[in-house]
Write a protein that binds this ligand. Structure first.
Ligand SMILES: NC(=O)c1ccc[n+]([C@@H]2O[C@H](COP(=O)([O-])OP(=O)(O)OC[C@H]3O[C@@H](n4cnc5c(N)ncnc54)[C@H](OP(=O)(O)O)[C@@H]3O)[C@@H](O)[C@H]2O)c1
Length: 226
């Protein structure tokens, strides 16, 4: 899958640390990007700030629902606590589309101690809420916003992509490639439980070693994906 075949990408919560870093990287790779916010003016301001850094008008900003309406691929980049309400808001715009969720639920009193959400994984809860007409893909949970903030910085972290079809995972892998990252087929959406849990492990590693962006690498892969 090529970047250009991805179409417009909406980043819901693209005003935040993780979403804005990815939006910047995707726009720089030539993707058409629209940032969504709970407030259209905040989305527009975030887009303007990223365009100023890009030196080009490549990103638009609006409210979450409008952003979802304009996109073929909708990326969910909001805190877990806000997930259900934000999905309820944008759900009418999602049938027939792919929702790529970055959400990592860090529910423990200590964020480095994993507590699974009631539905087993945030991504599974999203799929249950949205129903079968929306293809949910889990990706980017293990990539630190600290790294994304510097667009020229190579990121030493793989992107584990979980979804129930290979074609859906290919979308996540293409988005990872557009952001300068290696995406890896990581199995069914149910496996997002492990990937989301790994984020808590990385938080614990960050704390233990006093770093801000521990990541993961998969070894033993064939030459063509190394
Ligand atoms: N930060 C990381 O290093 C990192 C790494 C991997 C995965 N993730 C995951 O990516 C998602 C986004 O992370 P982030 O660090 O970018 O989060 P964030 O900055 O705290 O929030 C992202 C955006 O979510 C929107 N939002 C909607 N409802 C909200 C609410 N009730 N409270 C606060 N914000 C709300 C806000 O946008 P508006 O105000 O414009 O609506 C905010 O700018 C999270 O699920 C996180 O687990 C983060």
């Amino acid at each position: 899958m090529t970047f250009s075949s991805l179409g417009t990408v909406a980043v819901i919560g693209g005003t935040g640390a993780e979403g804005s870093g990815l939006a910047w990287r995707w726009a720089r790779a030539g993707l058409d990007v629209v940032i969504g916010s709970r407030e259209a003016a905040k989305g527009a301001a975030a887009a303007a700030a990223l365009n100023a850094r890009l030196g080009a008008e490549r990103i638009r900003g609006t409210d979450n629902r409008q952003a979802a309406a304009q996109a073929a691929i909708v990326v969910l980049s909001v805190p877990y606590a806000a997930q259900a309400a934000i999905l309820a808001d944008i759900a009418p715009e999602l049938p027939g589309k792919t929702l790529v969720t970055l959400v990592a639920p860090l529910l423990g009193e200590k964020k480095g101690r994993y507590v699974p959400p009631p539905g087993g994984a945030a991504a599974l809860e999203a799929q249950a809420q949205l129903g079968p007409e929306v293809t949910v893909v889990a990706a980017f949970q293990n990539v630190s916003a600290h790294h994304l903030a510097d667009p020229d910085h190579p990121i030493d972290c793989d992107v584990l992509v979980c979804a129930d079809t290979r074609a859906a995972r290919e979308t996540g892998i293409a988005l990872a490639a557009a952001a300068g990252l290696r995406g890896i087929h990581a199995g069914a959406l149910a496996n997002a439980a492990v990937v989301e849990g790994l984020t808590a492990v990385l938080v614990a590693i960050n704390a233990a070693y006093k770093v801000r962006g521990a990541g993961i690498r998969i070894t033993g892969l064939p030459e063509e994906v190394r």
